[in-house]
Write a protein of this length. Structure first.
Ligand SMILES: Cc1ncc(C[n+]2csc(CCOP(=O)(O)OP(=O)(O)O)c2C)c(N)n1
Length: 320
């Protein structure tokens, strides 16, 4: 774990730096789409993706920046996409909610709640039919638990023993409605009792815990054990959609917010580094400054890139 923690920090810090930059520049009006930031939730994306190979296939949601970066998606193409530029990963047509990078195994990000789940299952079925060794991963929020397609997919995945990892990031809220107002108490904690699926529950802000739990889950899936589920408790620090803070809206209390702020996954990771390395200050500042460079380059790349050409509007709409 001592060596791994540096890799974890590199990714968590990169996601935090990139999303903070998006947040601070958003009001310039040059980003051409809504943004759903994952600040506060980085450890769940990194903890899972650090156990995946490039050939493993990730499906994500409207809140996809962290998953895309954690899986190794190209940062220049991500920021260019958010700027609506031709050099973006969807050629500027998708925006923040449609990040993908096939070369890194980020296959699709889709904003319709739950829609990542059946897509990942289809991929998992193809993987199984072709006897391949990789897996598909569906990231989704606690809101997906309220959609029928989640249960249809669960049913099919268990029946067909698909190599599929369901990852529920329980950040407690669906937009502004707390989970206790939407689901029976602890409903999300009962999947292993309701369904024949190995389910791991874990503090999603503790990178070592997420990493270890998903390592076990993924190992079993790769050994042909059928699908697995991991439920990660976490929290978003920013508003549901947009660059700002939303405590003034009153749907969540300052007390609750501060509780989770104290569990900031970036600080948690820093604390482990501090305990394990004498030169921790240098290590952390070197990683942060390298990540700042990567981030600044990506914004420069996006700003300099051209917009898509109007005459190309009908290209790449359908797959040949
Ligand atoms: C099928 C569908 N219904 C409603 C919406 C509107 N909507 C967008 S995000 C969201 C909340 C999703 O909450 P959750 O799944 O917990 O993810 P989080 O935003 O917390 O990451 C909703 C209801 C949608 N995009 N798709």
């Amino acid at each position: 774990m001592k060596k791994k923690i540096i890799d974890f920090y590199k990714k968590i810090s990169l996601i935090r730096i990139v999303e903070n930059e998006i947040s601070s520049r958003y009001n310039e009006g040059k980003m051409r789409c809504p943004v759903h930031l994952s600040i506060g939730q980085e450890a769940s994306a990194v903890g899972i993706c650090e156990n995946l190979n490039i050939s493993d296939r990730v499906y994500s949601t409207h809140r996809c920046h962290a998953h895309y970066i954690a899986k190794g998606g190209n940062i220049n193409k991500m920021i260019a996409e958010i700027y609506g530029k031709k050099t973006g990963c969807c050629q500027g047509r998708g925006g923040s909610m449609h990040l993908f990078d096939e070369s890194a195994g980020v296959v699709a990000s889709v904003p319709i709640v739950s829609s990542s789940i059946p897509l990942a299952a289809g991929d998992a079925l193809a993987i199984k039919l072709k006897n391949k060794k990789n897996i598909a991963v569906a990231f989704f929020g606690d809101g997906s638990i309220e959609e029928g397609i989640f249960y249809e997919t669960l049913n099919f995945a268990i029946l067909k023993k698909l190599p599929l990892l369901f990852v529920c990031e329980n950040n407690q809220y669906s937009i502004m409605t707390h989970i206790n107002e939407r689901q029976p108490k602890n409903f999300i904690k009962k999947f292993d009792k309701l369904y024949d699926i190995d389910t791991y529950y874990c503090d999603g802000n503790k990178i070592d815990k997420v990493f270890n739990a998903s390592k076990q889950a993924i190992k079993k899936i790769k050994n042909g054990g059928g699908p697995g589920m991991i439920v990660l408790d976490t929290y978003r620090f920013k508003e549901h959609c947009g660059p700002g803070d939303d405590l003034k809206l009153g749907y969540r209390s300052l007390k609750e917010f501060n509780y989770w702020k104290n569990k900031d996954p970036l600080n948690y990771c820093k604390k482990i580094i501090t305990k394990n390395f004498i030169n921790y200050k240098d290590l952390i500042s070197k990683i942060d400054s390298e990540n700042t460079k990567i981030c600044n380059q990506a914004f420069k790349f996006a700003e300099k890139s051209p917009f898509p050409n109007k005459k190309d509007i009908s290209l790449n709409v359908y797959c040949d």
